[in-house]
Structures are given as structure tokens and as C-alpha cells.
Design a protein around this ligand. Structure first.
Ligand SMILES: Cc1cc2nc3c(=O)[nH]c(=O)nc-3n(C[C@H](O)[C@H](O)[C@H](O)COP(=O)(O)OP(=O)(O)OC[C@H]3O[C@@H](n4cnc5c(N)ncnc54)[C@H](O)[C@@H]3O)c2cc1C
Length: 144
């Protein structure tokens, strides 16, 4: 697996020639100035999942940073991303995995917030309703 051809051919995919290393405060490529990379194409921080939910959070962090940079200001220093993935194990019953990731200024990477997130104890129909509500919200937010 790797980022798309365009990332490899343009020299953006610097991590093992597969993934694009970025500054997690701005999502600016570490290899090509003024190019910002989001979503599955990036080299993730440890334990940071690749998901549509995370790509949504990358987009918001990047947009806020670009607005700050255009205004000659420092980008926000403490981005915080949440992730939830739901999986249907029957047509009604669902399990989830969730996590929260915060920027660590010293390490210049995203770290999992201790005690955050978790996984379902068991599949349930209630989580099936949460999953559909999550889906409707993330689609509306991302695709609006
Ligand atoms: C089976 C499966 C289940 C998943 N379930 C979930 C889930 O439940 N929840 C969740 O949050 N995430 C889930 N994901 C992960 C989620 O789909 C991805 O993390 C998300 O789609 C990444 O978004 P992206 O925009 O970074 O990349 P993509 O969605 O891959 O979009 C990249 C786009 O760029 C296009 N492209 C490539 N090269 C070019 C080019 N040269 N010019 C123009 N366009 C180009 C591609 O055609 C593609 O449309 C799942 C993934 C899979 C495979």
C-alpha cells in the first residue's frame, strides 16, 4: 500500500517512497513547501488510524492553519483529532473503536491521549443506531 502515483512522482512520498511526511500543525509536506497533504496519503504518527473520520479532521486542521498562514499568523499549536470507526457485524449489530490524538510540541508528532477512546465490550443494536448517526453526520460534514 502507498500514496497515489501523483505523490510518488512529485517527490511528496518521502517515507519509504510510500507515504507523505507532513508537519502535523499545518499538513504542509516536509518535502515540498506550500503543498499540503491530507488523508490516507500521509505518513501517520504512531497509533494514528487512517480513516475517513481522520481525513475529515486533517482537513479542518489544515484549513485553519492555512487561514492563519495567509493572515501572517502562527497556526494553532494544539490540534486534537478524534477518530471513530464502526463495523456492522450483522445487519443491525455494530462494534466501534475510538481514539483521540493530541499534538506533542516536544516530539512534533501526534500522540494518543492516555485513557481516551476504547472499543465496544460487545456488538449491539444500539451501536448500530450510533453508527448510522455517525455516518450521516460525517457525510454531511465532509461532503457538504
Ligand atoms: C473497506 C474499507 C472500509 C472503510 N471503512 C471506514 C469507516 O467505516 N470509517 C472511516 O472513517 N473510514 C473507513 N475507511 C477508510 C476511508 O475510506 C479512507 O481513510 C478515506 O477514504 C481516505 O480519504 P482520502 O481522501 O485520503 O483518500 P481516497 O478516499 O482514497 O481519495 C483519494 C482520491 O484521489 C483520487 N486520485 C488519485 N490520483 C489522482 C490524480 N492524479 N488526479 C485526480 N484524482 C486522483 C482517487 O481516485 C480517489 O478518489 C474504509 C476503507 C476501506 C477500504
Amino acid at each position: 500500500m502507498r500514496a497515489g502515483d501523483i505523490a510518488v512522482q512529485t517527490g511528496l512520498a518521502t517515507a519509504n517512497k510510500r507515504w507523505c511526511e507532513v508537519d502535523f500543525l499545518t499538513f504542509e509536506s516536509k518535502a515540498v513547501k506550500n503543498v499540503h497533504v491530507l488523508g490516507d496519503a500521509i505518513q501517520i504518527a504512531p497509533a494514528m488510524p487512517k480513516s475517513g473520520h481522520m481525513a475529515n479532521q486533517h482537513g479542518k486542521t489544515c484549513a485553519a492553519a492555512v487561514v492563519s498562514l495567509l493572515m501572517g499568523k502562527e497556526p494553532p499549536k494544539m490540534p486534537l483529532y478524534a477518530n471513530t470507526c464502526y463495523s456492522f457485524v450483522t445487519d443491525e449489530d455494530v462494534v466501534h473503536v475510538a481514539s483521540v490524538h493530541r499534538y506533542d510540541a516536544e516530539k512534533k508528532t501526534m500522540l494518543t491521549v492516555p485513557g481516551s477512546g476504547g472499543v465496544s465490550a460487545r456488538a449491539s443494536e444500539l451501536e448500530g443506531r450510533y453508527a448510522l448517526a455517525w455516518a450521516r453526520n460525517i457525510w454531511a460534514d465532509t461532503l457538504a
